[in-house]
Design a protein around this ligand. Structure first.
Ligand SMILES: [Zn+2]
Ligand SMILES: [Zn+2]
Length: 255
């Protein structure tokens, strides 16, 4: 399984893109930068889109991928999210004020985007992939995903503070090859991290103890304005299985 980090950050500025991970060119997790970071030709190849939660850095490019691919794809993008997340996107983004409602355009019968609901720990089959959504600790019914294809399973928490259940579910997978999770704020902003349900390096050190053992951990969602400090503080943890996703447009291959 290949994971392309179109954007791996918890914010947007020059050379830093918001969260969008593309699996094998077909399955997208989060839409923070899928339109700005991929050619339209590659945007058209995406079939399924998992949305972890409604925050803008995970959803904003749904607006632009629909605008780019409108009328070109022949079938809708199938979006999978919790009903709370779907409602937030419908009410606040595709509401015909901020942006047109592409779930009824160009026609209700043949729209650009279609929404499907996920349930906690209920497996969904998306083409070649088995996906289990697991609730995590972040505002607005946020979900992580365990994605499995053949001999490879990968766990993505997306945004979360300290959580337990996704680690327990992850331990059931003997073929778990990687964990993608987040560290957003440096240690001195612990109060902000706590209030917004994110990790700092010091809380990640504790979180690691709960994770499935001996699996490499990729840390993303670094806030661009604190990236250098975060890299230093994560490096200072001295944990050899941690990999810092400081650059976007990077591919990881897992077999
Ligand atoms: Zn985020
Ligand atoms: Zn968030």
């Amino acid at each position: 399984m290949q994971v392309k980090i179109i954007g791996g950050h918890g914010g947007v500025t020059k050379n830093y893109n918001a969260t969008s991970y593309l699996i094998d060119d077909a399955l997208l997790i989060d839409a923070g930068s899928v339109a700005s970071g991929l050619d339209i030709e590659d945007q058209l190849k995406i079939d399924h889109i998992l949305i972890s939660h409604a925050h803008l850095d995970h959803t904003k490019d749904l607006a632009f991928i629909c605008d780019n691919c409108f009328g070109l794809k022949g079938k809708p993008f199938q979006v999978y999210s919790h009903k709370t997340v779907h409602k937030a996107i419908k009410d606040h983004l595709f509401n015909d004020t901020i942006w047109p409602d592409f779930s009824v355009l160009p026609t209700e019968k043949n729209p650009t985007i279609q929404f499907n609901e996920i349930d906690n720990e209920k497996e969904i089959i998306l083409g070649d992939y088995k996906v289990v959504p697991v609730h995590v600790q972040h505002p607005g019914d946020a979900y992580g995903f365990i994605v499995e294809k053949g001999d490879v399973a990968i766990l993505f928490t997306q945004d979360t503070a300290a959580t337990d259940r996704i680690w327990e579910v992850g331990k059931k997978y003997k073929n778990l090859k990687a964990i993608f999770t987040e560290v957003s704020f440096p240690n001195h902003l612990q109060t902000v991290a706590d209030l917004s349900d994110h990790h700092s390096p010091q809380t990640m050190k504790e979180e690691l103890k709960k994770m499935p053992k001996d699996v490499p951990v990729y840390l993303g969602h670094l806030k661009p304005n604190y990236q250098e400090q975060l890299i230093q503080e994560i490096t200072d943890l001295g944990e050899p299985r941690l990999h810092i996703m400081y650059a976007d447009d990077v591919r990881y291959q897992f077999e």
